[in-house]
Design a protein. Sequence first.
Length: 311
Amino acid sequence: MATCDVCGKSVSMPYDCRHCGGTHCSEHRLPENHDCSGLQSWNDPSGVFDSGFDESVNGSSASMTERIVAKLPIDTGPGGPLAYFRGNVTYTILLFMWVTFLVQLVAQSVLSFNQYISIFTLTTFHPEYVWTWVISIFSHNDIAHIAFNSIAIFFFGPLLARYLSDRQYWALFLGAGILAGLSQVLVGLVLNDPTLVLGASGGAMAILGVITILHPNLKVYFMFFIPMPLWILTLGFAAISLLLMGGAGGGLLGDVAHAAHLVGLLVGLAVGEYVKRTQTIRGPNQFQLGPGGPGGPGGPGGPGGPGRGRF
């Protein structure tokens, strides 16, 4: 038996909304009957939302994500190749991450090491390079690094979007990512340890922190097959970072950026407390592997990845 996210009614045949991933009874299964947060990211091939109707749904102006994607030199309208990213912060972030990673692969073959790190990484050598505060969030060291961060953002991000506007989502992700990176650089400066920082784990940990506060008992599958409540997974990440922060490493890119993880998580926990005090919390009770299942698709692995200089 499952319960409806809106009325709490127990139902033997629940309806999973394909727009927001929520679980609903027959009375609330339609998007307009449960105030569906996924309507703003609906792929709309018939142009319904471009007809002006969406002004009454999403407000009189376009969302921040829509404005950003609209500036790209490619068709982002309904039916276009990027239509799926319109009004969807999670997938826009993932798009930026993977595009940046591809650019990194090219840059590695044409730029010197010093040129490369001055563009893509936040470092103890030049923390005043303000552009690296943001670019380093979307940059990653290797395929495993970006894959782990993508998994966490992909599965937890849509749930976060139920509670934050596009502007708030971006502010959380970028703000936590910047604070996390600068914190790791500060630790490197204090310890006189040359440090390179890149990766989206600061933002990913912030997302994890928010969801942990809002849904602490959400069942997740660590490494895709070990079931546990979300608060235990989060506590485990925090404990590891606390125990290993500042420990001996294996070179410039050999350690995990534990300070960055902790700062990102703390930002998320603080934002989660604010959301919990100001909104009605409702959502899925577990994540499962693959599409479907109560409350939405998939089960998260762990954000982050090995290597200080990446996080």
